[in-house]
Design a protein around this ligand. Structure first.
Ligand code: 3H9
Length: 692
């Protein structure tokens, strides 16, 4: 065995040279990896004993892509293209042996090999779109030549990881070899290639699949149209599509040039910078400075959920999906029955769409035990309360739980605003109490705000963080404050939106500006969707807000066809002249002089106070780092990922610019705009949030 460099070996086994790469954690194509690969292939090609070459990786995966940490820095060592040229132009057949995930640049390396074999658990994909990029090493030109234009479009714009079986069926993998036996299987395959005198297949030379789509621009137009909603605001999907178009319409080398051009356009733009930041921010969120990775965790084998309403049901589904039994509690039989019925209906609907089998539905429902007796929670390892959002009720539940739950069980509350410490104080085990704030719909939304109380134990925190992964969520640890991170910042935006409609804007102006910014919907469309009458009490109403007035007029939102907007029978919204009148009248009665409000002011008024509030949250230590706040907003509130979250975006705008506006608003509009001390300090010192 010859070591080529610190991460690459070349072993000659009879007539086969085996190039082995070992660069943890994911064999990303860093400078040292490219150097090793180039050296190993040059050596294998020069060695007369070697007749065929296998490329294989140690560790948990084949090459998972370019090294994202190198992006934006000066390149050292051989380029990826140098490596690819060495492989593709090798006069000896090259077989890529794939396990784990062959992603991005990793798959692009495999695509210049003459053959690809994989174990059944392997996956392949071009996920660059997820970091605002496109496959920039020939992937967009080679992939459609193997899998055809439609599948290539789907793969590059979704970034999906295609399982080995499907990859084999579409010709991406030439052969599947026995699990756990990749090396021997790949060597045997290479010998078969030699014995049968098979050709040196070069994907770049294939043309039938791309020719089939030539002169058919309608394929691309239809694809763009079908995905317009999903791609809204993103630049990368469009550039990926253009590359596939180039593969169809241009000779290979010209197509490569176009791919390069479109790649660089994305690479130098702010969207990819934001999405790459988010990639690392997500992983960073899992790291808690005072709760090290080796902190023991509590095994969660059984979960209890109190409340079978929308939240309780959605929360339960997460655990059932992960194969963890759930006991769900409701006080009234009809509510229990309805809650369980909704869970079943949700699963049945998923099954109808073909995303679950009937068997899967039954398996999940089989893990659910409905009960009206809190005592049934005695053997649960984790109990999550999802009852009405009222401190007195929560306290009552926790007092009971304290008496029922087994020692060491985690007692969690799904409160979105309330003080966890106050709730924990009703028990004799505050160290076991934690907030698990799920976002509605709880079985869909990826965010889990994990709220750490004053006394919450480290094992409990470590368990909650681990559990968030088990149920496919991204857990972000936050501290106790009103509304925690997400809702506390949301309150800033909501307040300004309400003020703006009295000062001169209309609800649809505010909504349009925020929608165009990239949010899924504005605050007023959101209120209509949720129902204006949530929390509205007809007995106590006093026309004190526009919303109250609308409720008094029986404008309850989408559900009865009128709210801030008017709705037609298909729930299409249009601005409501009635609401316009209500707002004007409301403002007049309060002697608010209405004026022209620009889109820019709407944006600044709604979003700058959020950045400012984020700074206060950081300053108070309620979030560990600014990037955690961004992860909350992207995954819980639909902040567009290509804008990197409010804190990243704030820096992109310029903290000095935000501070100047906050000061201006503070002088004219009052204390809602008081700049945070941290913002003041960072601007004075010319620093960013990461230095906070
Ligand atoms: C590309 O290839 C461009 C080319 O087309 C063109 C070039 C010209 N780079 O996710 P995990 C780190 S773009 C650097 O927790 P898992 C990650 O930060 C790339 N670092 O593990 C983490 O570090 P830490 C296209 C990377 O098992 C550690 O590895 N490829 C990279 O849950 C473990 O990661 C992609 O976009 C990287 N490329 O999932 C694939 N990847 O421990 C991106 C990971 O310090 N990667 N790290 O926090 C993934 O999707 C997942 O990491 C993977 C493993 C599925 C591979």
């Amino acid at each position: 065995m010859a070591a080529i460099n610190a991460v690459t070996d070349l072993t000659v086994e009879g007539d086969v040279g085996v190039v082995t790469l070992n660069s943890p954690p994911v064999n990303a194509l860093s400078a040292v990896v490219r150097e090793g690969l180039k050296g190993a292939f040059d050596a294998a090609i020069a060695d007369p004993a070697v007749k065929a070459i296998v490329l294989i990786c140690d560790g948990k995966t084949f090459i998972a892509g370019a090294d994202i940490t190198e992006f934006g820095k000066a390149m050292t060592g051989p380029s990826l293209q140098d490596v690819q040229n060495a492989i593709e132009n090798s006069p000896k057949p090259v077989v890529a042996a794939i396990h784990g995930t062959a992603l991005g640049g990793g798959l692009e390396v495999a695509l210049v090999a003459h053959y690809r074999v994989a174990v059944p658990s392997a996956k392949a994909g071009l996920p660059e779109v997820n970091i605002g990029l496109l496959p920039g090493a020939g992937g967009t030109q080679r992939l459609p030549r193997i899998v055809g234009v439609e599948k290539a479009l789907e793969m590059v714009t979704s970034g999906q990881h295609v399982p080995a079986k499907a990859a084999h069926a579409m010709g991406l993998f030439d052969e599947l070899v026995e699990e756990g036996n990749l090396r021997a299987g790949a060597i045997a395959f290479a010998r078969k290639v030699l014995a049968e005198g098979r050709p040196l297949n070069k994907v770049r030379e294939l043309s039938d699949k791309v020719e089939a789509a030539r002169g058919k621009p309608e394929i691309f137009e239809a694809f763009r149209k079908a995905n317009a909603k999903k791609f809204r605001g993103f630049m990368a999907p469009e550039n990926n599509i253009k590359c596939i178009e180039a593969a169809v319409n241009l000779p290979f080398d010209e197509g490569l040039k176009e791919e390069r051009r479109l790649f660089m356009e994305l690479m130098t733009g702010s969207q990819s910078a934001a999405q790459r930041y988010v990639f690392f921010a997500e992983r960073q969120a899992a790291k808690i400075p005072d709760v090290p990775d080796d902190t023991p965790t509590i095994p969660i084998k059984k979960v209890g959920v109190i409340g079978a309403g929308t939240m309780g049901g959605g929360i339960s589904m997460n655990f059932l999906n992960a194969g963890i039994p759930v006991t769900i509690i409701e006080a009234k039989p009809e509510n229990l029955e309805r809650g369980v019925g909704v869970i079943r209906k949700n699963y049945e609907n998923t099954a109808k769409k073909g995303r679950l089998t009937q068997d899967d539905v039954e398996k999940r429902m089989g893990l659910l035990t409905p009960s009206m007796d809190m005592e049934a929670l005695a053997d649960c390892d984790l109990i999550i309360e999802a009852v009405f959002e009222l401190m007195e009720i929560k306290k009552e539940v926790f007092t009971k739980l304290d008496a029922i739950a087994k020692p060491g069980a985690i007692l969690a509350t799904n409160t979105s605003y309330l003080n966890i410490d106050e709730i924990a104080a009703t028990t004799k085990r505050p160290e076991s109490v934690i907030g698990l704030h799920f976002f509605s719909p709880a079985n869909v939304m990826r965010l889990l705000e994990i709220v750490r109380g004053d006394k919450t134990g480290k094992e409990v925190i470590a368990t909650a963080m681990k559990l968030s992964k088990t149920i496919g969520k991204i857990g972000v640890l936050v501290g106790v404050c009103h509304g925690f991170v997400g809702n506390r910042m949301l309150a800033q935006r909501q307040r300004e939106a309400q003020k703006l409609i009295l000062e001169g804007a209309m609800p649809w102006d505010v909504d349009r500006v925020l929608y165009d910014f990239g949010l899924p919907m504005g605050p007023f469309a959101m209120s209509d969707l949720a129902g204006l009458d949530i929390g509205w009490d007809p007995a106590k109403t006093s026309s004190s807000t526009v919303r109250e007035v609308l409720c008094e007029m029986d404008r309850r939102g989408q559900k009865n066809g009128k709210g801030f907007y008017d709705y037609d029978e298909n729930r299409n919204a249009s601005p409501s002249p009635v609401v316009e009148e209500v707002i004007r009248d409301f403002a007049e009665k309060r002697q608010i002089q209405r004026r022209e409000i620009s889109d820019q002011e709407i944006l600044e008024r709604c979003l700058y106070p959020m950045v400012n509030e984020g700074a206060k949250i950081l300053e108070e230590g309620k979030a560990i780092r600014a990037s955690d706040i961004d992860i909350v907003w992207i995954n819980g509130y639909g902040w567009p990922v290509y804008r990197g979250g409010p804190m990243f975006w704030g820096e992109l705008v310029g903290l000095d610019k935000i501070l100047a506006k906050m000061r201006e608003f503070h002088a004219t509009l009052g204390d809602d705009f008081k700049p945070s001390a941290l913002l003041e300090r960072l601007v004075a010192e010319g620093k960013g949030f990461k230095d906070a």
